[in-house]
Design a protein around this ligand. Structure first.
Ligand code: PLP
Length: 443
C-alpha cells in the first residue's frame, strides 16, 4: 500500500524513512540492501513490506522468529497478559516469569538448573561473565576466534570477530583459541580427530601463557555472526576435559543454536559430549519479544555475592509470550521439523556446484554458504561483493536471507522452525537462481 495511511501518516517510500533513519539513528547500525525495506507485517514464514511486497523469510528476523510470524498462540498470550499487567518487576512474585523459568529449567538438560531472565543475548552473556568471573575471582576469559557475544562493553571485549569490536580497552584479559570454524582454519585439512587434537594443543598452549588463572571459556556451538561455522562434534567436550583440570568454567552461548534449531539436539552443546556450567540464550525464545537468559546449576547461579535486580528481565508480558512460544515448539516437535528440512537445503546447495560457493555447512535450519572468488583454491578468497550481489538477487526473487562471517561473505539461512516442505523448495529454488544469476554474470 502506498500513499497516506488511515492515520494520515505516509509510508516509507514517500516519507524517506531511510533518510530519517540515517538522521536520527547511529551510523554504525547495519542495514541490508541498496534499497532497504520496511517490514510492516508477518504471518507464518512470510513478511510483507509497506508497499505490499511479500517475502519468504529465510532469516527469521536474525533467528528470532523461532516458530512463526504472528503465531496466534503467542499473540494471544501477549494480548491476554497486556490486558492484565505488563510489568511488575522482580521485587514481586511474578507467575509468568516463574512458569517460564520452570519450563526452561525442565528442558535445559542442566542438573539442578536455575534460570535468570534478561532482555537480550548481550545482557545474558554479561550476566554469565559476571557469574563466572566472580565465582572464579578472575577477569581472564577464553573465547573462540571468530566469535560474537554481544554489543555491550564486556561482551564486545570478549568477541573474537574484531569487526564488531571498536575498542581495545577491556574489563577482561581475553585469550582466543581455535575451534570455532574450519574452512579458514590453519587446521582445515585435518580429519575430525586430528582437528580436535590440534585445538586441544592450542588451548593447552594458551593456558600455559595465561598461567591457568582463567574464569571461563565462552563458546558458541555453531558461530552465528561468524558465518554459521563450527568445529567437529566432540570438540567442545575435548576442550572441556582440559579446562576441568584447572577448574575453569564453560559457558555455552546458545543465543542462536538453542531450542532444537540444529535438528539433531535441543542444545548445540549436546553434540559435544559434555555439560556446560552456564548456558545463555535469547533470540528465538521470545519469538521476537525481548527475552534472554542464563541457565546454571544452583550452586553457580546462587554464587553471586551481591544483591541484584532486573527491571525488565522476565517481565510478565514477555514471559507470557515466550512461554506460549516454547510450548508450541515442544508440542509440535519443531526440532524434528528442523531435522527434516535442513538436510534438504544443505544437499540442494551442495549439489549446485557453483564456482562462487566455497563451502556449504551447518546443521538443521542453520546453514552457511561461503562465497568466494572463482578459481582461488581452497579456501577461496572471500567475496563479500558477491554475497552482497546474491542478497540483492534473492530479494528480487522474494526471498530474505542473512549475511555474515568475518569477511561478510557468508549467506546465512535460518527460517522459522515451522518451515514447510513447499516453502523449503520455494526458498531453495530462489536462492539457487540468485547464486546462478551472480555466478553467470562473472563470465
Ligand atoms: N550471542 C550470540 C551468539 C549472538 O548471535 C548474539 C546476537 O546476534 C548475541 C549473543 C547478542 O544478542 P543480542 O543481540 O540479543 O544482544
Amino acid at each position: 500500500m502506498n500513499g497516506p495511511s488511515a492515520h494520515g501518516e505516509r509510508t516509507s517510500q514517500h516519507d524517506n524513512l531511510l533518510g530519517r533513519t540515517r538522521a536520527v539513528l547511529p551510523s554504525w547500525l547495519a542495514i541490508y540492501y541498496d534499497e532497504p525495506i520496511e517490514i510492516e507485517r508477518g504471518e507464518g514464514r512470510y513478511v510483507w513490506t509497506d508497499d505490499g511486497t511479500r517475502y519468504l523469510d529465510f532469516f527469521g528476523g536474525i533467528l528470532t522468529t523461532m516458530t512463526a510470524h504472528a503465531l496466534p498462540e503467542v499473540t494471544k498470550a501477549v494480548a491476554d497478559q497486556a490486558g492484565k499487567i505488563i510489568h511488575s518487576s522482580t521485587l514481586y512474585l511474578n507467575r509468568p516469569m516463574v512458569e517460564l523459568a520452570e519450563q526452561i529449567a525442565a528442558v535445559s538438560a542442566i542438573p539442578d538448573a536455575k534460570v535468570f531472565l534478561t532482555t537480550s543475548g548481550t545482557e545474558a552473556n554479561d550476566a554469565a561473565l559476571l557469574l563466572a568471573s566472580s565465582l572464579r575471582r578472575s577477569n581472564q576469559i577464553l573465547a573462540l576466534r571468530n566469535s560474537y557475544h554481544g554489543r555491550s562493553f564486556s561482551t564486545i571485549a570478549i568477541t573474537g570477530n574484531r569487526s564488531w569490536s571498536p575498542t581495545s580497552l577491556s574489563p577482561f584479559q581475553t585469550y582466543y583459541v581455535h575451534g570455532g570454524q574450519r574452512y579458514r582454519s590453519p587446521f582445515a585439512g585435518l580429519s575430525d580427530g586430528e582437528f580436535i587434537a590440534a585445538c586441544v594443543a592450542d588451548l593447552r598452549d594458551v593456558l600455559d601463557q595465561s598461567g591457568g588463572d582463567v574464569a571461563a571459556l565462552i563458546a558458541e556451538p555453531i558461530q552465528g555472526v561468524g558465518g554459521f561455522t563450527h568445529g567437529p562434534d566432540g570438540l567442545l567436550g575435548a576442550l572441556a576435559e582440559v579446562l576441568r583440570e584447572h577448574g575453569i568454567l564453560i559457558i555455552a552461548d546458545e543465543v542462536q543454536t538453542g531450542w532444537g534449531r540444529t535438528g539433531e539436539h535441543f542444545w548445540g552443546w549436546q553434540a559435544h559430549g559434555f555439560t556446560p556450567d552456564i548456558v545463555t540464550f535469547a533470540k528465538g525464545v521470545g519469538n521476537g519479544l525481548s527475552m534472554g537468559g542464563v541457565i546454571a546449576r544452583a550452586e553457580v547461579m546462587d554464587s553471586l555475592g551481591a544483591n541484584s535486580i532486573s527491571t525488565f528481565g522476565g517481565s510478565p508480558l514477555t514471559s507470557a509470550g515466550a512461554l506460549a512460544n516454547l510450548r508450541y515448539l515442544l508440542d509440535h516437535d519443531l526440532q524434528a521439523n528442523a531435522a527434516r528440512h535442513g538436510p534438504v537445503l544443505i544437499e540442494g546447495l551442495r549439489a549446485l556446484g557453483s564456482p562462487i560457493v566455497g563451502d556449504v555447512r551447518g546443521k538443521g535450519l542453520m546453514i552457511g554458504v561461503e562465497l568466494v572468488r572463482p578459481g582461488t583454491g581452497t579456501p577461496g578468497d572471500p567475496a563479500p561483493e558477491l554475497a552482497a550481489a546474491v542478497l540483492e538477487a534473492t530479494k528480487r526473487r522474494g526471498l530474505l536471507v542473512g549475511k555474515g562471517g568475518l569477511h561478510g561473505n557468508v549467506l546465512r539461512i535460518a527460517p522459522p522452525m515451522t518451515l514447510t516442505a513447499d516453502e523449503a523448495t520455494e526458498g531453495l529454488t530462489a536462492l539457487i537462481a540468485a547464486i546462478r544469476e551472480v555466478d553467470g554474470g562473472l563470465a
